[in-house]
Design a protein around this ligand. Structure first.
Ligand code: PAF
Length: 284
C-alpha cells in the first residue's frame, strides 16, 4: 500500500523501521508528472531493493529566472495513482519550506565544478548546483541503499555519480535506459509544450543522434565534422540548437580516438520546449 508523506520526519520514521527489519531501500527522485519513463525507473528499482520510495518535488533551485518553474506540469493525484500501481511503498511530496528551511538563497549548496559547467550547464547557469543540492538533501532524508536516475538526463547522472563518489555517500547509483515514444522521441514532461507541428519534428533529435552515433561506431574520427553535421541537421529541421556534442562517456571530456565508450548529446529548442537527448556508442 502506497503511503503519501510530506515531512522529513515521517520519511525518516518509515525508513528507520524498514532498515531495522533488514529491508533494502530503493529511491527514485522525480519532479512528478510521471510518465512511462518514470515507471521504468521504479520497475528497475524493484529489481534491486525491497522497499521503494519516490519523491515528487519540483525543485525551484534548479530552474533559472526565465525558465518554466511556474508552468512545469504538476499532477499529484495522477502521480499517486501511478506510484501505487507501480508498487511503490512511500511517496514523499514535501513543500518548499520542508526542503529549504533557511530559504533558497541562504542554505548550503553542493557544487560539482567542471562537470556542471559544460554542455547544459553553459546554457542553464546554476541548474546543476540546484540538482546536486536537492539530490544530496533527498539522499540525506531518505538514506536509500540504491537510487535510480534516467539516462536521458545523461549529464545529470554523471554529476550525481561524481557527487556520490566525492562526498563518500554510501548509495549505489543506477542509470536506467531512456524510454522512447514509437517514433523515437525520448519521453519527457516537457514534450507537452510541443504543438502538433513541433511534435512531428521532434523525433529528428533522436534520428540525428543515431546518425552521429553510427558514424562514430564505424570509426569515423572527425568529431568536429560529425558535431557540425548533427547541429546543421537539427537547425535545418527548425530547432535552435544549444549544443550537439560528442564526449567520452564517463567524464564527459573531449573524446580521444582510442576511447571505447562515447556519448553523443544534444539540447535543442523548438517553440516553448527545450529538449535533451543522447545516444551512447560502444566501440571495440
Ligand atoms: O531529473 C529530475 O527529475 C530532477 O532533476 C531530479 C533528479 C528529481 C532533481 O530535482
Amino acid at each position: 500500500m502506497l503511503e503519501v508523506v510530506t515531512s522529513v520526519r515521517s520519511v525518516r520514521e518509515r525508513v528507520r523501521a524498514w532498515r531495522a527489519a533488514g529491508e533494502r531501500i530503493a529511491f527514485v527522485p522525480t519532479m512528478g508528472n510521471l510518465h512511462a519513463g518514470h515507471v521504468s525507473l521504479i520497475a528497475l528499482a524493484r529489481t534491486r531493493g525491497s522497499r521503494f520510495v519516490a519523491s515528487i518535488f519540483v525543485n525551484p533551485m534548479q530552474f533559472g529566472p526565465n525558465e518554466d518553474f511556474a508552468h512545469y506540469p504538476r499532477t499529484p493525484t495522477a502521480d499517486e495513482r501511478m506510484l501505487a500501481d507501480a508498487g511503490c511503498d512511500l511517496m514523499f511530496m514535501p513543500d518548499v519550506n520542508e526542503v529549504y528551511p533557511h530559504g533558497l538563497d541562504r542554505g548550503a549548496r553542493v557544487a560539482v565544478p567542471e562537470l556542471a559547467d559544460m554542455l547544459c550547464g553553459k546554457f542553464r547557469p546554476g541548474h546543476f548546483e540546484g540538482v546536486a543540492t536537492v539530490v544530496n538533501k533527498l539522499f540525506n532524508i531518505v538514506q536509500p541503499d540504491i537510487a535510480v536516475f534516467g539516462e536521458k538526463d545523461y549529464q545529470q547522472l554523471a554529476i550525481i555519480r561524481r557527487m556520490v563518489s566525492d562526498l563518500c555517500l554510501p548509495i549505489e547509483i543506477i542509470g536506467a535506459p531512456t524510454v522512447r515514444e514509437n517514433d523515437g522521441l525520448a519521453m519527457s514532461s516537457r514534450n507537452q509544450y510541443l504543438t502538433p507541428e513541433e511534435r512531428g519534428i521532434a523525433p529528428r533529435i533522436y534520428a540525428a543522434l543515431r546518425h552521429a552515433a553510427g558514424r562514430l561506431a564505424a570509426r569515423e574520427n572527425d568529431v568536429a565534422q560529425i558535431e557540425a553535421a548533427g547541429e546543421a541537421a537539427l537547425t535545418n529541421a527548425g530547432f535552435r540548437v544549444d549544443y550537439f556534442s560528442v564526449r567520452e562517456a564517463l567524464e564527459l571530456a573531449a573524446p580521444k580516438a582510442s576511447d571505447p565508450h562515447l556519448v553523443v548529446l544534444t539540447a535543442a529548442r523548438i517553440g516553448k520546449a527545450r529538449l535533451i537527448d543522447n545516444v551512447q556508442v560502444f566501440r571495440r
